[in-house]
Design a protein around this ligand. Structure first.
Ligand code: PTJ
Length: 249
């Protein structure tokens, strides 16, 4: 399908089309379209704009990743379909690793996703079946698998669009967990240390710019202050207040 540029909902249709195509290519989980639709509905209610609390959380996320020893960006089918090139750019900017981490893990999807990262200029993606995989907290479930070099030994993990079960497992490890999730009431948003309530398609490009700015400032005290002044619970409450169910005049 080609998306008509003059359509009033062009942007939204474009990303919907990316998800549909990725599904056809076997990159996505069976319920990926449901997750996307749920995201679209939440996005509608925040006016499809990045809110102030979301931006604040992005600064804290980037500050935390800059000073991390082993920062990792965890990617799944939806994230890859929507923002693969931006994720690669962000990883390069932050010197972070990228790890495929699937809720619905199959060897076929892992292989296809790894190949896609390679085709987009990133051959070293972690979390594949060739990788040295460990099980978080000895939970013998594919949902607890993590690369030894990546998530398993990481101190800060960015896990966008994560399912609640995995977020809970990760939160129990003591690592700093950052999520991007349009639902401020999800288990993932509540369990994470830094929850960015925004659409991933807006969040990742903005986070690349924030990373450039903070690195240029090169001010460790500023970075520490950004992290220390943040309270995720308060910020989530503020994010929730951005949801409007009344049409603006
Ligand atoms: O590729 P897999 O196998 O790892 O599966 C990925 C999905 C997303 C299908 C899986 O993790 C899943 O089922 O997730 P949930 O439980 O639907 O949670 C995804 C969350 O992301 C929901 O709260 C959605 O509202 C939110 N979401 C969906 N699209 C976006 C989003 N948040 C930000 N940006 C989006 N574009």
């Amino acid at each position: 399908m080609t998306v008509d540029k003059t359509h009033p909902r062009y942007e939204s249709l474009l990303f919907r089309d990316k998800i549909v195509k990725a599904g056809e290519q076997g990159l996505l989980a069976p319920s990926a379209l449901i997750s996307h639709g749920r995201g679209e509905a939440f996005d509608y209610l925040i006016g499809e704009k990045t809110t102030f609390p979301a931006k604040r959380a992005m600064y804290v996320a980037i500050a935390s990743m800059i000073i991390a020893e082993n920062p990792v960006i965890s990617v799944n089918g939806n994230t890859t379909a929507l923002v693969i090139d931006e994720i690669i750019k962000l990883a390069e900017e932050l010197d972070a690793k990228i790890e495929i981490n699937l809720f619905y893990r199959t060897p076929e999807r892992i292989e296809k996703l790894a190949k896609l990262y390679e085709e987009h200029g990133y051959p070293n993606v972690l979390g594949t079946d060739d990788d040295d995989l460990e099980y978080i907290n000895n939970l013998n479930s594919p949902r607890a698998s993590a690369s030894k070099e990546g998530i398993y030994t990481s101190d800060v993990v960015l896990v966008p669009l994560e399912d609640g079960d995995r977020a809970e497992i990760l939160a129990e490890t003591g690592k700093k967990i950052i999520t991007i999730d349009l639902n401020p009431l999800s288990r993932t948003s509540k369990k994470s240390d830094i929850s960015i309530v925004d659409n991933i398609v807006r969040a990742i490009p903005l986070m690349i710019e924030i990373a450039k700015d903070l690195k240029e400032e090169n001010n460790l005290k500023l970075i520490q202050d950004i992290i220390n002044d943040f309270n995720n619970e308060d910020n989530l409450q503020e994010s929730l207040q951005e949801f409007k169910i009344k049409e603006e005049e």
